[in-house]
Design a binder for this molecule. Sequence first.
Ligand SMILES: NC(=O)c1ccc[n+]([C@@H]2O[C@H](COP(=O)([O-])OP(=O)(O)OC[C@H]3O[C@@H](n4cnc5c(N)ncnc54)[C@H](OP(=O)(O)O)[C@@H]3O)[C@@H](O)[C@H]2O)c1
Length: 328
Amino acid sequence: MAAEGTRSEKFLLLPKSETDFDRVRLAIAVSAAIIDGRATAADLRRQVARFVEKFKAERGFEPGLAVVLVGDDPASSIYVRSKAKRTREIGMVSYERRLPFATEQSQLLAHVRELNAHEGVHGILVQLPLPPHIDSGAVINSIDPSKDVDGFHISNAGLLATGQKGMVPCTPLGCKMLLRRQLGDLSGAEAVVLGRSNIVGKPMANLLLAENCTVTLAHSRTRDLKTVCRRADILVVAVGRPKFVKGDWIKFGATVVDVGINRISAPEPGKEKSKIVGDVDFDDAVQAAGAITPVPGGVGPMTIACLLSNTLTAAFRKEGLAEPQVLL
Ligand SMILES: NC(=O)c1ccc[n+]([C@@H]2O[C@H](COP(=O)([O-])OP(=O)(O)OC[C@H]3O[C@@H](n4cnc5c(N)ncnc54)[C@H](OP(=O)(O)O)[C@@H]3O)[C@@H](O)[C@H]2O)c1
């Protein structure tokens, strides 16, 4: 069921022309509904934890997630630590492999082979980015696709692109869940995905297509980006540029999902020297959008929750159990 302030209501408000748009914006003090990714992620984790209990009751052991970190990049270290913490919190087993920066590709591939064969490991994630001397593609494609809980393996990308069941990348999966929860049925919506990376933009476009949206995938060579974005009932932004999308790029009442995570300097007295902002200019966009994800607290928390959900799915599939209909 869709959340309050949903598409159908917002659609009633949609202006028919540019003139109407401006008139409506002037006449009404509009403020978008804020899509709470933290609450939704907590909900998802609770549901996954219940299925972990069920799995344990039926099989006598817990699903396991292995995370491999090469090097000591501070941001990656924090991500890995928080993934391990969340994994344990919901009752799964966390396996952590921390390898030195100088690890050779052949050594890393040997670790992946070992985890592929490990009976207790249902999901494997190799934290990116890898050091430059390692070919990330070769490593990702060496993961057993059924354990590839990041969904980056070429087989899983192909399955998603052809509308078949595989492993779906966590960030776009989280975005889809937020959209479904906010809007209900997405069928027929005009969706624009801004950014065409393999880990966010392309899988996001495929997921929205599978939801029967009419999808445009925009990028740095797209002509008249603002006009393209203004067509969207659903606008998903993943460009990696702070506050790139402005309020007047957004159709009145549209639902905006901001994937961006950008650290910018914020030299305010007495406050932190930097802060995290999204790819959308939130204060501006909130005036036009019907609903919007904040940064932080929107898409980010959903990514780890979806990683746990993918691990659960992998474990149920491996054990031949009926797949859990998680969720939301
Ligand atoms: N919340 C999360 O859990 C999560 C997960 C992953 C990523 N992120 C964040 O999401 C953002 C995007 O990540 P990514 O890995 O997808 O980035 P990416 O690989 O750098 O891709 C960026 C995309 O944006 C497009 N782009 C860049 N500048 C543009 C411009 N001026 N106009 C139009 N398009 C432009 C690029 O177009 P071209 O292809 O034409 O170059 C590219 O397709 C980053 O801020 C990242 O930190 C968040």
